[in-house]
Design a protein around this ligand. Sequence first.
Ligand code: SAH
Ligand code: SF4
Ligand code: F3S
Length: 481
Amino acid sequence: MNKGTENKKEIQVSAEEIARQYQYMESIKEANAEYEIKSGRKRLVYLQSFGCQMNENDSERLWGMLSEMGYGEGKNSEESDMVIFNTCCVRENAEEKVYGHLGALKKQKVDNQEKIIAICGCMMQQGHVVETIKKKYRHVDIVFGTHNLYKFPELLNRAINSDSSVIDVDESPGSIAEGLPIERKDSIKAWVTVMYGCNNFCSYCIVPYVRGRERSRSTDDIVKEVQELGRNNFMEITLLGQNVNSYGKDFADRVSFADLLKEINSVEGIERIRFMTSHPKDLTEDIILAFRDLDKVCEHLHLPIQAGSSRILQDMNRKYSKEDYINLIGKIKEKVPGIALTTDIIVGYPGETEEDFEETLDVLRKVRFDFAYTFLYSRRTGTPAAKSADQVSEDVKKSRFEKLLEVQNKISKEINDTLLGRTEEVLVEGLSKNSIWNYTGRTRTNKIVNFKGSKELVGKLVKVKVTGTQTWSLEGEVISW
Ligand code: SAH
Ligand code: SF4
Ligand code: F3S
């Protein structure tokens, strides 16, 4: 097979480089083992992710390296010997949170000079952020970005052996590093990144600037990872990419995302396949048919529309109109009846008028999404939309946001009500946060179901009859397993 390996040689981090990182891991591991013997405890790390699933998946890679080096998990920053923030910059509030947390660490560093503070992730790929860190947050020891995550052991080694901060942010269009260890936070569901970066440059979005150009992992590497998950009793995988529908476009021996789904559908042990995110301009018929024809591909599609007005969509550089989107949804619903649809919506994009906003509400009513993730437009330095003089006021954004939620919540509840009395296949995930319904899981359509259960059901597929509905979840009774 070995698909897509030829044209990737120059962006693939070499095996020698990865081996070098393993050497650094080995030497830190020895030092940590000595420390453990002397002090009677492991060195602890507190790692916090601030971003999307891809950011969390990166954190799982960091955990893989940390475990390999003999670190344990700390419950909070105070008790830990190292603190790592894996940051996000998609909206301003994500950045503010990081600065807030970093500020709070100053005192801990003064009290314990030995404590290592590292920050990485998307925020660090912006030059102005690194400058701010250098000037205002001098207690930070290590700064690295998304493209050189694989270099963490080397950077950590440098930081341990020097008094000055180690700053290393790779500004190339990005690379692919295979062969790094991983430690997953869940034992039933797993994320598998299939491609990195984004080429779409939606006018509001910072992601293409901080995640680099689109690059796909080879089908072989992905399938191997999924096979291993299958052998380790994982039941569900979610394939991740900023725009998974573009998978394989960068290969000389072209493979499509639908081809990848077919390969993965035949991996033993895995029962459910999900993927995100899809872009409406790239969602081809073969992917729609995968929902219908591949038994493990779950009937849920996350298809961000962002806005309902074609004028705004054009300004956003989304490359589809309101009508294109509605027609596409019609086609999907026709081929895959009962499919659950979710979306992302931005309110208050520069220049959005009341009429434009009404178009967004109109799409909600026409498409009838199961759920919508809604965001207030956030001005991101370096993106084209940030330069617009026509920014919408915060008050207007907020009132549109409220209105949107009101319309969407009603639809979500109405859709859930149609499921009353139906029997659904549920993958049991564990204890529910809600104490009355003590166990929780998800339907194939990704709806949360709470029910009375028992420990032995965790990680199993069970049949649950829906007995109650809420706006964002269902309640049910286990019928069989
Ligand atoms: N690649 C995915 C996810 C990108 S980030 C996609 O294309 O859908 C997740 C969501 O954050 C986006 O879908 C968008 O709705 C939102 N988002 C991105 N930039 C934003 C900004 N500047 N302000 C508010 N929301 C934004
Ligand atoms: Fe951002 Fe658009 Fe790329 Fe999604 S497709 S990551 S919204 S630029
Ligand atoms: Fe994800 Fe935030 Fe980066 S959404 S890709 S962690 S900017």
